[in-house]
Design a protein around this ligand. Structure first.
Ligand SMILES: C[C@H](N)C(=O)N[C@@H](CCC(=O)O)C(=O)O
Ligand SMILES: [Mg+2]
Length: 378
């Protein structure tokens, strides 16, 4: 099974309602979709969201990285030589983790199809079912409480509440939410870097004193402020989860060695795909640090790739894989079943996912084209 072509398209799926965080407001998933074609006729699928405010990746950047830099290095290579291919992928250019993630997951898709096994089985096969939270966007208290109430009615027992947009309002909003929901719902908060270390400590302590039962707080401070993150982690009882502070295995190692956070949120779009995500899992096992598997605004294709990793490895104890639950439609068929909070892995080989009946209405071609001329090593 040799790689004969890599093609890029654009995928646009409206969200059920605007997604609002301390960093941005978005109304649709607008991702890059790739297909890797082979001489056996097998096709591998991959997806990457242009989350510029977190990864620095834009749609044009992802397309350019894949077509201009990655594709020429992979054409002609046999998919079974995964280790060699991964080395070529990750040395094609620095950064560009979302582009690498899309290609990486399409390669793992093909690799597992070649071995006729669902990917999660090849990654360790830790479990067949997962539970995800649902994200509640930051809005006024009444709207957040209503969104949370609706989510609970749909069966979500864990909600990830976006905070950090106006720190003065955060305590009030969380108190109102807890009052509406009662004690039976697990609440995790994601500040998306919106607090200063002092603000974070003050707010989290106030939440602890008010007995609001917060399971964890994700990325309270700026991504690059590891000292601030460590300060918060040391000053509060509540678990602190590093998200934007951890892209690579090296970032994760630093956090673990410093104990700058209690938990790590692994996202394929930050690591550059499954190959690097597995290295974070291995480090986390060594350090005994549990991980969350997270996602950006992604359709069920790339979230399925993340679910395969989470179902493969025991060290991933929490999931924030709500991309499909936020989308107004699912253009895919097959693969892991997302039934609100419950994710059930399926038996098909690879990621298990292929385009479904509504696929074409969400697809367009990129505006620009790039040459795929192989680059010479200087
Ligand atoms: C969608 C997921 N629940 C989530 O919140 N992901 C990111 C933000 C993604 C984005 O802005 O596109 C996170 O910060 O955890
Ligand atoms: Mg986050």
């Amino acid at each position: 099974m040799k790689i004969t072509d890599i093609q890029v398209k654009r995928l646009r799926i409206p969200l059920k309602k605007p997604f609002k965080t301390a960093l941005r407001t978005v109304e649709a998933v607008e991702d890059i979709l790739i297909t890797i074609h082979t001489d056996t006729g097998d096709i591998g699928y991959g997806e990457a969201p242009p989350t510029a405010v977190i990864t620095g990746d834009t749609r044009e950047g992802i397309e350019g990285a894949i077509l201009g830099h990655i594709k020429p290095r992979l054409l002609g290579l046999p998919v079974v030589e995964l280790e060699t291919i991964m080395e070529r992928l990750h040395t094609a250019l620095v950064g560009n983790t979302s582009a690498k993630a899309a290609v990486d997951m399409a390669l793992y898709d093909l690799f597992a199809r070649y071995h006729q096994a669902p990917l999660f089985r090849l990654l360790g096969g830790a479990r067949q079912t997962l539970a995800t939270d649902l994200t509640i966007s930051v809005n006024d208290s009444a709207e957040m409480a209503e969104d949370a109430r609706q989510a609970v009615l749909l069966g979500y027992s864990t909600l990830k509440i976006k905070v950090g947009k106006d720190p003065q309002q955060d305590l009030k909003r969380i108190k109102a939410l807890r009052q509406t929901l009662g004690d039976g719902v697990t609440l995790r908060l994601d500040a998306n870097q919106g607090w200063t270390p002092r603000e974070a400590v003050k707010l989290i302590r106030q939440m602890e004193e008010a007995d609001l039962g917060i399971e964890l707080v994700e990325q309270p401070v700026k991504a690059g402020d590891l000292e601030g993150l460590k300060y918060v982690t040391q000053q509060v009882e509540t678990l602190i989860l590093a998200d934007e502070s951890v892209f690579s295995p090296l970032d994760a190692l630093r956090i673990m060695q410093e104990r700058a956070a209690d938990l790590i949120n692994i996202k394929l779009m930050k690591t550059g795909g499954i190959h690097q995500a597995l290295k974070i899992c291995a480090l986390a096992e060594i350090y005994g640090m549990e991980c969350m598997m997270g996602c950006m605004l992604e359709s069920r294709l790339s979230v399925a790739a993340a679910a395969h990793v989470a179902a493969g490895r025991n060290i991933i104890t929490r999931c924030d894989l709500d991309g499909p639950g936020l989308c107004a439609d699912d253009p895919w068929q097959g693969g892991p079943v997302f039934d609100h909070a419950a994710i059930t892995m399926s038996k098909e080989a690879g990621l298990g996912i292929v385009p479904g009946p509504t696929f074409d209405q969400y697809i367009s071609q990129p505006f620009s084209s790039f040459s795929a001329t192989p680059q010479k090593k200087m």
